[in-house]
Design a protein around this ligand. Structure first.
Ligand SMILES: Cc1cc2nc3c(=O)[nH]c(=O)nc-3n(C[C@H](O)[C@H](O)[C@H](O)COP(=O)(O)O)c2cc1C
Length: 187
């Protein structure tokens, strides 16, 4: 969570722009910490694919529920559709295992274009940035199963509104505590 906060603090110090902190925020602690540094809000990714309303494939949802933060991997191997070197955080799968720890520094031209799944008529390639949707068929386990380290906080597939209530309640409690403690650092 720290790099996102460091960047947000630098932007807040130099500009009057509204700032939304993103990456690794899945609890009220992250929300409270973002508001405490003066950010306007947070963006949560991983909190929402594993919800009933989400269009993610059931395999992606169940992998998020089962995963801990340590099961996620930062890799630039999912590079088709993406600029070279753009790393994404995914849940470790057969593709990342095949990299044998060599998760970064891949050359997009060096790997084969192999169709492993379809979304209706559209082919989905191994090493592409496409993640599996409800409509995807084929070898979905090998697709980009996006998740941040906050996956460890997700234990069930719930309604999309459900992650918000405990997050807001925890953030409020922490911010009230910070006020009582004379605005000492939140995290
Ligand atoms: C459903 C989903 C799709 C994502 N798609 C992309 C993507 O196409 N490219 C990318 O760089 N990151 C993608 N990400 C990664 C997020 O931008 C982010 O790095 C990661 O989810 C950490 O933030 P979080 O903890 O709020 O989820 C995706 C994440 C999720 C959950």
């Amino acid at each position: 969570m720290r790099p996102a906060f460091d960047l947000a603090e630098q932007i807040l110090a130099r500009t009057g722009l509204p700032v939304v902190v993103s990456c690794g925020i899945a609890t009220g602690e992250g929300l409270a910490a973002a508001l405490a540094i003066g950010a306007d809000g947070v963006r949560c990714g991983t909190a929402f694919p594993a919800t009933g309303e989400s269009f993610a494939h059931p395999c992606h949802k169940s992998r998020i529920v089962e995963a801990s933060g340590e099961d996620t991997v930062l890799s630039d191997a999912f590079f088709l559709n993406s600029p070279k070197g753009a790393a994404v955080r995914v849940i470790g799968n057969s593709v990342t295992k095949g990299l044998k720890g060599d998760c970064l520094g891949h050359n997009p031209d060096s790997l084969p274009r192999e169709i492993i799944a379809h979304d209706e008529e559209q082919p989905r390639l191994r090493f592409s940035t496409d993640s599996p949707l409800r409509t995807t068929t084929g070898y979905v386990e090998a697709m980009a199963l996006y998740a941040g380290r906050g996956a460890g906080n997700i234990a069930d597939i719930v309604a999309a509104g459900a992650p918000l209530d405990p997050m807001v309640a925890q953030a409020l409690q922490m911010l009230k505590g910070a006020v009582r403690n004379g605005f000492k650092a939140i995290s």
